[in-house]
Design a protein. Structure first.
Length: 212
């Protein structure tokens, strides 16, 4: 899954234009195949309104990124039955996010910078009834991306907690595309990036096609 981001602080008209452009790219290159809606406002109403709007325009997978469980719960109502991933679970809110996953049947992405702690959170989330889990080791650069993805690939053969898709959160431009490419070649990944131009989308689309 490769997702490009839309902020809930965007004006509705700008968000509609953004989605229209992403739909064109998906048809042309297969990338992005998901949209990430980010709760930059930290408020319930702007987030749920943006999620409802994007949900009507975009028929692909959706990632909801928020650090406020209550905001996610309200936003999820307009996406019932859709392919949704919730991003923002950590050690402080794991029980609430696991409940959201169980209630709505969505994936959750669990974040922690310490790999041992992260795998412990994955095990706990599954015990709490979370559905599909995605691992976010909070990688910051190319070196860390390469090393961590490789470590998780090796661990997945021995530990079920490590045998999950890895979230790679990047920023924009060619560096983001390179990080995405490296992770795709190593393991099963969910890539969330701020923005990519059409050339980057085309390149990633071609890479994904060669791996199918």
């Amino acid at each position: 899954m490769i997702a490009l981001t839309i902020s809930d602080l965007m004006e509705a008209d700008a968000a509609c234009l953004r989605v229209s452009d992403l739909i064109k790219r998906r048809k042309a290159y297969g990338v992005p195949d998901a949209v990430c809606i980010r709760n930059d406002s930290f408020s319930t109403e702007p987030f749920s309104s943006m999620v409802e709007l994007i949900g009507k325009l975009w028929d692909g997978a959706v990632i909801l990124e928020s650090e406020v469980p209550a905001n996610l719960t309200k936003a999820m109502v307009s996406l019932m039955g859709r392919d949704v991933t919730v991003l923002g679970a950590n050690a402080n809110n794991l029980e609430q996010y696991a409940m959201i996953s169980s209630m709505f049947g969505c994936r959750i992405c669990i974040s922690d910078e310490d790999l041992e702690s992260l795998l412990g959170l994955v095990k706990r989330a599954e015990e709490l009834g979370a559905r599909d889990v995605i691992i976010d080791p909070m990688m910051r650069n190319m070196k860390q991306c390469l090393e961590t993805c490789t470590d998780l690939k090796r661990l997945s053969e021995k530990m079920p907690e490590a045998d999950h898709p890895v979230a790679v959160r990047t920023w924009s431009g060619e560096y983001a595309m390179t990080m995405a490419s490296v992770s795709l070649l190593i393991t099963d990944t969910v890539i969330v990036t701020d923005d990519l131009d059409e050339d980057c989308c085309e390149t990633l689309g071609a890479l994904v096609d060669t791996m199918r």
